[in-house]
Design a protein around this ligand. Structure first.
Ligand code: NAD
Length: 254
C-alpha cells in the first residue's frame, strides 16, 4: 500500500529525540525519505539507522554554512525538497531579571533565526518546483505563558508570526506554511533540572487531577507527529499560515 508521503523528500530538524524523532519515524512509516538534522550525533544516527530510507546530518541548525551544504546536497541527491519541519529548539528556565544576553541570543538563534534560515533554504528550492510544505513547531508558551521562559516564549511567538508571513509570501508558489503548537508533551525536554515535569505532585494534582489540561494527561510525541503528518500530506490543501494547537485543551481553560 502507498504511504501518505510515499517517495517525498522530508527534512526534520531535531530528529534525534522527542517530537522530532516521532515525526521522523511517522514520516518514514508513510514512505518518506527522511533527512534528519540534529547536533546530537549519537541519537540522530540511532534514529536514522532504524528508518528504511534516511540520511543523518549531525549538524547544528545555527551553523549556516553546514545547513546550506545539507540542503544543496539533498537537492543534488534526491532532486528536491518536498517537506521541511523546523522542530529543533532549546529553552532556559531562568527568571527574566537573571537571563543573560547570551542566553537570549542563543535561544533566538536556535528557535527563530534557524527556522527562518531553513525556511529560506527550502523555499528557494520549492519555488523552482512550484510546490512544498513548511511546518514550524511552536509552543503554547507563545499563547499563554508560565514564568521563567521569557526568551523561549518570545522566540515561539516569533515562529507564529514568521509562519503567517511565509504563508502569505509563499502561497503564489503553492508552498503551504503552517505551525503546530504543542502543549505539555512527554519528551526529554520536559525533564527540567533532572525532574520530569509530568511526574511532579503539582502536575498530577493540578494539570491532571483538576484537569487544568482537560484531557488530564501530558501528550505523547507521536500525538504531535500525527498532526504534523496531516499538515505535510495531501489531506492538507486549502490551509496556510495557520496554527494547530495540540495541548489536550490546556489553553482553552482558565
Ligand atoms: N516537550 C514539550 O512539552 C514541548 C512543548 C511545546 C513545544 N515543544 C517544541 O517541540 C519541539 C521539540 O521539542 P522536544 O520536547 O522534542 O525537545 P527535545 O529537547 O527532547 O529534543 C530537541 C532536539 O533538538 C536538538 N537540537 C537542539 N538544539 C539544536 C541545534 N542548535 N542544532 C541541532 N539540533 C538541535 C536536540 O539535540 C534534540 O535532539 C521544540 O520546538 C519545542 O520547543 C515541546
Amino acid at each position: 500500500m502507498m504511504g501518505r508521503l510515499q517517495g517525498r523528500v522530508t527534512m526534520v530538524t531535531g530528529a534525534g529525540q522527542g517530537i522530532g524523532e516521532a515525526i521522523a519515524r511517522r514520516f518514514a512509516g508513510e514512505g518518506a525519505v527522511v533527512i534528519g538534522i540534529d547536533r546530537n550525533v549519537e541519537t540522530l544516527k540511532a534514529v536514522c539507522a532504524a528508518l528504511p530510507e534516511a540520511v543523518a546530518w549531525p549538524i547544528d541548525v545555527t551553523d549556516h554554512q553546514a545547513m546550506e551544504r545539507c540542503f544543496s546536497q539533498t537537492v543534488e541527491r534526491f532532486g528536491g525538497i518536498d517537506v521541511l519541519v523546523n522542530n529543533a529548539a532549546i529553552s532556559y528556565y531562568v527568571p527574566v531579571v537573571d537571563t543573560t544576553l547570551a542566553q537570549w541570543h542563543e535561544t533566538l538563534a536556535v528557535n527563530l533565526e534557524a527556522y527562518f534560515l531553513a525556511a529560506q533554504l527550502a523555499a528557494r528550492r520549492m519555488i523552482e518546483r512550484g510546490c512544498g510544505r513548511i511546518i514550524n513547531v511552536a509552543s503554547t508558551q507563545a499563547i499563554a505563558c508560565e514564568p521563567l521562559v521569557g526568551a523561549y516564549a518570545a522566540s515561539k511567538g516569533g515562529v507564529l508570526a514568521l509562519t503567517r508571513s511565509l504563508g502569505v509570501e509563499l502561497a503564489p508558489y503553492n508552498i503551504l506554511v503552517n505551525a503546530v503548537v504543542p502543549g505539555c508533551i512527554h519528551t526529554p525536554m520536559s525533564v527540567i533540572n533532572g525532574i520530569d515535569e509530568t511526574q511532579t505532585e503539582l502536575f498530577k494534582e493540578w494539570y491532571a487531577g483538576r484537569r487544568k489540561i482537560p484531557l488530564g494527561r501530558p501528550g505523547e510525541p507521536h500525538e504531535v507527529a500525527g498532526v504534523v503528518l496531516f499538515l505535510a500530506s495531501d489531506d492538507c490543501q486549502y490551509m496556510t499560515g495557520q496554527m494547530l494547537v495540540v495541548d489536550g485543551g490546556l489553553t482553552i481553560t482558565f
